[in-house]
Ligand binder design. Structure first.
Ligand SMILES: Cc1cc2nc3c(=O)[nH]c(=O)nc-3n(C[C@H](O)[C@H](O)[C@H](O)COP(=O)(O)OP(=O)(O)OC[C@H]3O[C@@H](n4cnc5c(N)ncnc54)[C@H](O)[C@@H]3O)c2cc1C
Length: 518
């Protein structure tokens, strides 16, 4: 991303204008494709492994780590030049480091990291100090713990304590197998009829966390909300770069052979079971044998593109074709000039100027709702310089962005940056003069960098869950782990799904070895 084009500053002060960076003249990137590579990124890769993992999102790397730790030979292949998938970060001129999806996750991530990564990683997970809601219907700060949220629903919204506790109790009782036909909207109506403000408070943070809306099955809401609504919202001290450094060290310790810039082109099948992959790493394309393949690529891509569909039952292919993808995201990354500081505002701000809540409007092009994540020096204490960044996120629809020509695309990105800066200015007056770098990403960016169809940020809708979980029953040796079904998404959902599926791979390999011995 390289060309600079300055958008007009409302105060007309050219010197204080942040630089808007666009992708206009960049010969590579989301609009122009991958940089061709002459190097062989597959050098030293063996002909055969127990397991090949396709993709290094949190589900893929967690699965690879567990399988490596249990003594399996594991090859992890990632098409991007960094591991992490959507759990990623990037550097920009001016010393800015931006986190893409490190905004907040449930406390459960601490246990997951301790059990399946390391105590050191788990020890760096800390609670956010403050979460803020501000919109025309309500405005307050919260720790986002169950106690505080209950208090807010009673004091700010005038609800009966028993009704709120009854709602939370109902949610906690829901589980995977509790697939009633009730939607989240119906669930809210049952407990808090006609309370658009309460529905907004309950839904907005979860919509940002997993792209869901009021029309999804209530079970998806129940599980994700209960995960969050316990002990607050958490983050990783050291930034996504720090986390991935520590994860890479663990992968190496556990003998996982991981390669970046390697595109898996095909999953190979013979006699009704998976036999390996064909992958291209720069100058070289290679067939690699494997007893099992675990794909962290998009579910639909895995089944419909990486495998020849003739290896599946036609009804299964039809079922997968009908799975709806989840929505995508836009982000605006804003870097505070070196040497400048901002006061502590909050860590996470859910804000909207929209009068009433309408869940689908959260994905509108140039909508009125966004979240701001504020990153202070406390988040990267090892950095010599005290640095601040702010990232604004909105849900977005790929359809709104996909057909824009270059000029429209650029203009819409500029508009997004401008609207975001204006919105931010209402919370941090004078912030424009402190920001020296602004950049926007869109659903097209997410599609390009992760290869998720339609730039889906949170995998598939609910119906993707069963085909993903049962993939190995359709094609022995093939497993999927990655954001699906709304429930298995977000940092915690993806990492935990990696654990679940790694255990299935382990069991499959054991069974195969047993059968071969007989
Ligand atoms: C803007 C945004 C903000 C978010 N904020 C939060 C948040 O605050 N908290 C939270 O918990 N979650 C958040 N999330 C969601 C969270 O980041 C994701 O749910 C999670 O990281 C997804 O992990 P995953 O395992 O599904 O894989 P992904 O991260 O989707 O990674 C898949 C990987 O597979 C690779 N791949 C695909 N195809 C191939 C191929 N053929 N060959 C080789 N490699 C391939 C891709 O390059 C990618 O690295 C956010 C997401 C977005 C987009």
């Amino acid at each position: 991303m390289s060309t600079e084009s300055n958008a007009p500053s409302p105060n007309g002060d050219e010197a204080s204008q942040p630089k808007m960076l666009t992708t206009k003249s960049n010969p590579w990137g989301s609009r122009h494709g991958k940089v061709p590579q002459k190097k062989n990124f597959l050098e030293g890769v063996k002909d055969e492994y127990d397991v090949v993992v396709i993709g290094s999102g949190l589900a893929g790397i967690t699965a690879a780590n567990i399988l490596g730790r249990s003594g399996k030979s594991v090859l992890l292949l990632e098409q991007h030049f960094k591991i992490g998938g959507l759990a990623t970060w990037f550097k920009r001129p001016g010393g800015h480091i931006f986190d893409v999806s490190l905004h907040g996750f449930p406390i459960g991530m601490k246990k997951t990291c301790r059990k399946y990564w390391s105590q050191e990683i788990a020890d760096r997970i800390v609670q956010l100090d403050k979460v803020t809601f501000d919109n025309p219907q309500f405005s307050f700060d919260t720790s986002f713990t169950r106690e505080d949220f209950t208090d807010k629903l009673v004091t700010e919204f005038g609800l009966e304590r028993e009704a709120v506790e009854g709602f939370f109790k109902h949610l906690r009782k829901m589980d995977f197998f509790d697939d009633s036909n009730m939607t989240t909207g119906e669930l809210f109506e049952q407990f808090f009829p006609g309370r658009n403000d309460v529905h907004r408070l309950l839904m907005e943070p979860i919509s940002y966390a997993n792209g869901s809306n009021l029309d999804e099955p209530a079970i998806t809401y129940g599980i994700v909300f209960s995960n969050f609504m316990s002990k607050g919202v958490y983050t990783f001290v050291g930034g996504t770069d720090g986390l991935l450094d520590m994860m890479r060290a663990e992968l190496r310790k556990n003998g996982v052979d991981y390669r970046t810039r390697v595109q898996v082109d095909e999953i190979q099948v013979a006699d009704g079971q998976v036999t390996g992959v064909v992958a291209t790493g720069g100058s070289t394309t290679m067939a690699i044998r494997a007893r099992a393949v675990l794909s962290n690529a998009n579910l639909k891509t895995t089944i419909l593109k990486l495998v020849d569909p003739s290896h599946f039952r036609p009804e299964f292919v039809e079922e997968v074709e009908a799975i709806r993808l989840n929505n995508s995201s836009c982000q605006v990354y804003m870097g505070i000039r070196a040497g400048e500081s901002i006061p502590f505002v909050t860590d996470l701000l859910f804000t909207s100027t929209r009068k009433e809540f309408q869940s689908h409007s959260l994905s509108d092009l140039h909508g009125e709702s966004r979240t701001f994540s504020f990153y202070y020096p406390k988040g990267r204490p090892e950095m010599e310089e005290q640095r601040y960044t702010i990232v604004a996120s909105t849900n977005a629809r790929f359809e709104d962005w996909k057909d824009m020509d270059e000029e429209q695309y650029e203009a819409n990105k500029q508009q997004l940056c401008e609207e975001t800066l204006a919105h931010l200015e209402t919370y941090v007056p004078g912030i424009r003069s402190k920001i020296d770098y602004v950049e926007a990403s869109t659903p097209r960016s997410f599609e390009f960098y992760t290869q998720h169809q339609t730039g889906s940020s949170f995998g598939t809708k609910f119906e993707g869950l069963q085909p993903s979980m049962n993939l190995h029953l359709e094609l022995p040796g093939l497993f999927h782990a990655g954001s699906v079904g709304i429930i298995m998404s977000g940092w915690l959902g993806a990492a935990n799904y990696g654990v679940i599926q790694a255990n299935k791979v382990d069991a499959y390999l054991f069974q195969r070895a047993e059968t071969q011995q007989v």
